[in-house]
Design a protein. Structure first.
Length: 220
């Protein structure tokens, strides 16, 4: 009769002798004592209780309180997105790129546009006066600075250069409520009339007047 059957037989009054088992049986098997198992379970329960208490007393370490910090969009990408939105006449996308109290100067106009509302109104009129066939093309843009961006650009009509459309712009940006936004902008556009050396003569004449009558500077 096998060892397994002798263990399961209900007629045995006492456990069977193990002397008849081969020596390798004892080398391959390890008998776990119940007291060892019980103690291990208590240790695991105690460790779990400690971890639960630590999580309860340290909310900052729980999953619900983990805050993922997002790096604001680079300044050059904000400015590039601004031109891209104007090209497709998407004013809604421009809104988030401009700070509420932004100041925008287009030197073609006598005074700057102050505030997001006034700036969006200006670009709304610009979009109404043009079509998506007229595109801003960025020739060069600075990427090193996180708060200031310089851009040189020109306009193209259906892929061809638009006359008198070269320009350069400067933008200053700040992080507001986690978003990098434009707080100041200035556009300098190529003039349709190019006086050439006449400009130098005009500068010379104005300089002479200021030297003779310095109080005139207060009128500028």
């Amino acid at each position: 009769m096998s060892f397994t059957l002798s263990l399961s037989a209900p007629s045995l009054a006492s456990p069977p002798s193990l002397h008849h088992l081969p020596p390798f049986f004892f080398l391959r098997n390890t008998v776990l004592k119940p007291t060892v198992v019980t103690r291990t379970r208590h240790q695991l329960f105690a460790s779990s209780s400690c971890l639960a208490a630590k999580a309860a007393t340290s909310p900052s370490e729980t999953a619900n309180d983990v805050v993922i910090e997002r790096t604001p969009t680079p300044a050059s990408e904000v400015v590039s997105s601004f031109y891209a939105a104007i090209n497709v006449h998407d004013l809604s996308s421009v809104t988030d790129l401009i700070a509420q109290d932004c100041v925008y100067e287009d030197l073609v106009f006598s005074s700057p546009f102050v505030g997001r509302t006034a700036i969006l109104e200006f670009f709304g009129k610009f979009i109404e006066a043009t079509s998506t066939d007229l595109q801003f093309v960025i020739d060069d843009i600075s990427k090193e600075d996180s708060s200031a961006v310089g851009v040189s650009w020109h306009l193209e009509w259906k892929g061809k250069n638009f006359p008198f459309s070269k320009g350069c712009s400067f933008y200053r940006l700040e992080v507001i409520d986690g978003k990098r936004q434009i707080v100041y902008g200035r556009d300098c556009v190529e003039p349709a009339i190019k006086p050439g050396d006449t400009v130098l003569a005009a500068i010379k004449g104005v300089t002479w007047l200021l030297q003779k009558f310095p109080q005139l500077a207060d009128q500028f």
